[in-house]
Design a protein around this ligand. Sequence first.
Ligand code: C2O
Length: 576
Amino acid sequence: MASLQSSFTVLATTPTSRNSPLPKPSLLSTARRSHRFQVSCSSGGGGVDRRNMLLGLGGLYGASNLISGRKANADPILPPDLSQCDPTGATTTNSQGQVVSLDVNCCPPYTDIQSDYKLPTFTTTRVRPSANRRTLSPEYIAKYQLAIQRMRDLDVTDPDDPRGFTQQANVHCAYCNGPYDQPDHPGTDLQVHNSWLFFPFHRWYLYFFERILGSLIGDPDFAIPYWNWDNPRGMFMPELFAVPGTPAYDANRNQDHIPTGSNPVVDLSLNSGLTDPIQIVNNNLTIMYNEMIGTPASATDFMGQPYREGDAPHSFSGGGTSERGSHTAIHVWVGDPRNEYSEDMGNFYSAGRDPIFYCHHANVDRMWTLWKGIPADYPKEITDTDFLKSAFMFYDENKNLVRVTVADALDHKRMGYEYEPSNTPWMNYRPQQRVVPADVQALSKKAQTVKQLFPLTLNNTVRVIVPKPTKGKADETLVIENIVTDNTKLVKFDVFVNDEEDKPEEVDRAEYAGAFTQLPHRVKAKESTGNLRLNLRELYENINIANDGSVVVTIVPTINGGAVSIGGIKIVPRVN
Ligand code: C2O
């Protein structure tokens, strides 16, 4: 592995065939084979194309893999090989479920000069301000708009400049919509969502975006704003992004959510039937509490599931509580429902085209910093070297192509920035505890057994009696198994335990266990399969559970239940 850790500067070599170890048998699927076929088609059409000319990096990795025979214990995700970026690999799915090619080339410009990135020693700290703060100074706003404008200008003067706005947006598309395969695993996408790569990848992405903006306006201390959607004062679209004709404006947004004097409230529960702003705010605070504190029982519950070299990308259930929850909800809430693909924010390939994306993700990144500081009964650091050594490629503010690691992104202060503090009322928003436990016997009469109910398509609300391994209060996890979703659909369902009230639009209650949300997304298969795990220990305390041997779980299809099927449900001792 030593060769991967050392600096590398690779020049293009003569064409060679790539050394590709056999894929893991479990990953062989029709979808992968058909993709591989595409790749060989596009590079085998006679003549020497760029792809064949520039195999330097791939060759290096291929060789090091063979030498180390690494499979046994070290499988970090390798940084993409830019020479292998396949523009035709970028696809999405339309509302009829057909995979369609994107008419954009989201591959970055290529250079064969690359190096390991060394974090500078910062003497000043870039303090990222809240975009929703009323007192944001006109000077700051002017600077921000100027910096975005300079980035947009590069699109016109030099479309191949990696610092340009469109090139920056394409970084997201390239890492999410399929142009990159994992080095040495042709046909297996490199995907930075739905796994533990989610937070570190986006932290680096914002880091370079911010450094580029600063350098374009000659202010290395410039800091991007964050959208304070976790605080009631920030639960509306920041006006900074809503002035038509200004650089931070984007027309492809949900027009009902544009701030116009009466500011529509952000709805993290994505319940379109809700109109009472107070209920929406209460829901939001509960959702924040749950995803930051109540639900995760391990670092990977919050950060996302392990994703290692050679793994096929996970479905949405591989994402951590924050990625699946507030993060996804804001994407959906901002995206334009008039657009077939929910552009810009509602689809990965186009999300980076909306300047608000970077402001949204600054708050997502801030959530990572806050979560780390909240005491919990599990370690907050992931020490697995497959996580720490995973790496990405970015262009820095001087247009140098650099390789960065997850390990170097763990401490944001070392990266020279921090967040202006703002209130976090969700931290104390644990739902009110019930005094009298629910009558599970009575509830069970309206419910079915696991055997009677599953497998099912979630067309309607269902109630199921789920046996508990231990009676009463215990440290247990609810597992909803084999959730199969249509990848082309926005999907959401909510889960309640021992709920006698049946008010699914009010999630600020002790009985609320959590949700499953899926953005329509592009993968090679039409369907994804995964499990949803929800930690129940706090919920049992909140509902003041009696010494019962089972609970009644209610599953409510909130959005497109018909596109979800569920294989089963069980409660197990806490899973870490
Ligand atoms: Cu890379 Cu919010 O998505």
